[in-house]
Design a protein around this ligand. Structure first.
Ligand code: SAM
Length: 236
């Protein structure tokens, strides 16, 4: 069956080139660097910041601590940090990812108020860490059913406030537009192959709601996007 016809169903058996521990390190580093542009265009975090994060920071009325779980190369963490700083909020941002290759790329973005740790969600919980808000971008579609359940549950344990998991919504328009739009950025990277595979692995909103279950609500914050939202239980 063609990839196009296969978009009717989630292709969870596909693996991404960057998930191979033996993949070309130069192409991987170039991919992490260019995620900055790709995520800016496709991920709608500007909108999610305005609709979900800003109001939460305002309501807190004190310095906040925010976790980007599975931060990869850290570009989304850095972008959110800039948006909050521009609004005058005092936020300590932590990007966490157990993949040392991702952390190496992310650490180039470190600055005061923004740091990256080579840890997964379970290690953060074991260390007793809690945050006012937990976010993630493009992690959910990577995970198998068991890892999705524990990642989602861990994120609730880590947050005293909202948890926001943003991802791609699978669909033919997203697939066609990404395939065309990524062409100028793709040479020397995994962006084209992995981006298209990511779309084929991704959920439609109702599928994600069914996969996550209670207490998650799945929203559509922008075209071709899903946002899973719940309240954390770190204070409970
Ligand atoms: C495709 S990457 C997304 C990177 C980045 N958020 C972005 O948008 O470019 C998914 C990342 O999730 C990380 N990850 C998977 N399970 C995790 C967990 N339980 N805790 C923290 N990170 C996790 C992986 O190591 C991987 O780097």
């Amino acid at each position: 069956m063609s990839a196009w016809a296969g978009l009717a169903r989630r292709d969870s058996a596909l693996t991404e080139l960057m998930d191979d521990p033996d993949c070309d390190p130069r192409a991987l580093a170039a991919t992490y660097r260019r995620f900055g542009v790709v995520n800016r265009v496709v991920s709608a975090w500007g909108r999610v910041y305005r609709t979900h994060v800003r109001a939460e920071l305002r309501a807190l009325g004190r310095p906040a601590r925010i976790l980007d779980l599975g931060c990869g190369g850290g570009d989304v963490t850095a972008r959110l940090a800039r948006l909050a700083e521009r609004d005058g909020f005092d936020v300590s941002w932590v990007g966490a990812d157990p993949d040392p290759r991702a952390l190496q790329a992310a650490r180039e973005r470190e600055r005061p108020g923004l740091r990256f740790v080579a840890e997964g969600s379970a290690a953060l919980i074991a260390a007793g860490e809690t945050f006012d808000l937990v976010v993630s971008n493009h992690v959910l579609h990577h995970l198998d059913a068991d890892a999705l359940a524990s990642f989602a549950d861990d994120s609730l344990t880590l947050s005293r406030g909202p948890v926001l998991h943003a991802d791609i919504a699978r669909g033919r328009a997203a697939y066609a537009l990404y395939g065309i739009g990524v062409a100028p950025l793709a040479p020397g990277t995994f962006l084209r192959t992995d981006g298209l595979r990511s779309i084929r692995r991704s959920y439609r909103p109702a599928e994600l709601a069914a996969a996550l279950g209670t207490p998650w609500r799945v929203r559509v914050p922008a075209p071709f996007r899903v946002l899973a939202v719940a309240r954390g239980r770190a204070d409970a």
